[in-house]
Design a protein around this ligand. Sequence first.
Ligand code: PEP
Ligand code: MG
Length: 590
Amino acid sequence: MASTTLQGLPASPGIAVGRCWTVDRRRLRTPRRKVTEQEVETELDRLDVAIDLSVQQLDGVRAKFQASDGAEHLAIIDVHRAMLRDPSLVDEVRRLVRVERVNVEWAVKRAVRKIKGAFDADDEFFRERRSDVDYVGERIVKNLMGQGSDAAEMPPPGSIVVARDLSPADTALFFHDRRVAALVTDAGGVTSHTAIVARALEIPAVVGTGKASTSAERGDWLVVDGSHGLVVLNPSAAERAEYEAARVRQMEREAELTRLKDLPAETVDGVRLRMVGNIEFGEEVPGLLSHGGEGVGLYRTEFLFMGRSELPTEEDHYRDYRALLDAMGGRPVTVRTFDLGGDKLPSGQKDHSENPALGLRAVRYCLRHPDLFYAQLRAAVRAAAHGNLRIMFPMVSGVAEVRAAKWALAEAFEQVVAQGLPARMPPVGVMVELPSAAVVADRIAREVDFLSIGTNDLIQYAIGVDRQNMDVAYLYRPLHLAVLRMLKSVAEAARAAGISVSMCGEMAGEPLYTLVLLGLGLDELSMNGPSIPEVKRVIRGASAREGRELLDRILDLNTADDIEREVRAEMARRFPGLLEGGARVGPVSG
Ligand code: PEP
Ligand code: MG
C-alpha cells in the first residue's frame, strides 16, 4: 500500500515511528425526555451522584500520576474537577430540571451549550475552553448513563495514539509512564490542552489533522513528525527506516545539547546572556528548568482565564504567582500583565471592532478595565514580597502609557500596604512591540527598569502583516531591514539608559538569528524551553565581536532576501548542520 501524508499542526516536536492505536471518542447520544413534578428530586439526586462519581474518577486519574513522575501537568485535570462543581453549570442544570422539567442528561447538554455560547468560537484560545466545558459535560452525562468508567484499554507501549479529540484526562492516562510514542488528533490547535500536555511531557504530537482517526486503523504503521506537523500513514519500510534514523539522530543531538544545561550561555569573548523561558502555564516549569532555563522571561498571564466562566480573582492571581515563584526556586519570573483584548477576551465579551489588533488590547484594555487590572497588580505586588517577581506591561505605545501603567501599579501597591499585607514594589519593564515604542525607546528607557522586545508583534506592526494571516506570510520577515534597525536602536537606547534589554518574541529562540542577536548586545533571550540548548550552543561557540561584524554587514544590505542569504551563509559556515530543517519563525498567533 502506498503511503499517504497528512498535514496537521505541529503541536509538540520530535519524531516517532510506531503502530497506530485508534481511540474511539465518538460523541454520546444524549437521551431527552420530560420529567414529572414527582421525578424532579430524583433527577437532581442523580445529578449529585454523577458529579460525585465524576470527581472521584478525575481524582483516580490524578492519584495514578502523583505516584509517578511527571505529574506537574495535572493542573488541567484540576481545572476540570473544579468545573464539575462550578455553579454556572450546576445551577443551570438544576434550573432546567426544575423549571423546564427535562431529564438531567438533557439539562446538562443544554447548560453546556449555554456556557459554550459565552466563548468566542472564532478565537482558538476560547475554542479550546469550549472543549473543556464539553469534556466536563460529557463525563457527567456518561456517568448518568452508566458509561463513565475510565477502564479504557491501554495502548501497548510505543503506540501512536490517534483520536478525533482527547480530553486532558485521556491524554494524561495514555501518557502515564510515557508508554505512548506520539499523539495525533483530528481536532485541536497548538494551544489545546492536549498539545500543552504533550509539550510538557515532550511527546511528539500533531493536532488538527482533520481526518487521521478515520484514515488510520489500529495496527497500521505511522510516522509522526511533530516538528513539522506531518503524519505519514502506512510508510514504506524505507520511509520507516529513514524516519527512524532521523529520530535517533535527533535524540543524540538532544542528549548532546542537554549536556549544556548547566553551562553558562557565554560567548568565547566573555559576553554572558541570560537564557529564560516563555510560559503560559505553571506546568511548563519542569521542562523549562530541565533545558537550563534561568528564569521566566515572559509569563503570559492571560492564560489564567482559561477554563473559567468567571474572572480570576486577586487571590487566584496571587496563588498562581506564588506557586510559579516557588517552582522557579528563586529565579526571576517576569509576569506580563494581561495581553487581553482584540480576540482574546474574558468569556462573554466580544470585540466587534473592525481591527481588533489595533483596538483595545493589552495595556489599553487594562487601563480601561481598572477592576481587572488592579486585581492583577495587587496580586503581583503581594507575590513580589515572597520572590523574585518582575512586572512587564505589553503593547505600550509611548511614554504616557508607561506612566499610566506605573501609576496604577503604585496605587495598587498603596492599597495593599494600607491593608497591612506584605508587599514589594517589583522591577518594572515594558514590552517594545509597537513601532512607536521602538522609535521612542530612549525616552521609555528612562522610565523603567528593563525593556523586552516582542518581535512577534513588532514585526506584525512594523511591516503591516497580520501575524496569523497565511496569505501575507511571505512578508513576515524578522530580517527585514526596518526590523533590524528598530532592534538596534532599542538595544542602544537601553544601553544608554543603563537598563537591561531582553527579547521574548519567537525570533529569540531561532538559532539562525542568534549571531545577529549577539551583535545587538541583548542581555537576555526568552524562548520556549526546548529551544534553549541549541541557542546556547551557538552562543558558546561564537563571539560577540563576530555578531557585531555580521550585524554591520547586513545593515548595509537592502532586502530581507539579501540579508537572510548573508545570515544563512554565515551560520552554515560557522555552525554546520545547524540549519537542517530551516528557520522556524514565520507568522505566529498570539
Ligand atoms: C511578542 O509579541 O513578541 C510577544 C512575545 O508577545 P505575544 O506573542 O504574547 O503577543
Ligand atoms: Mg505581543
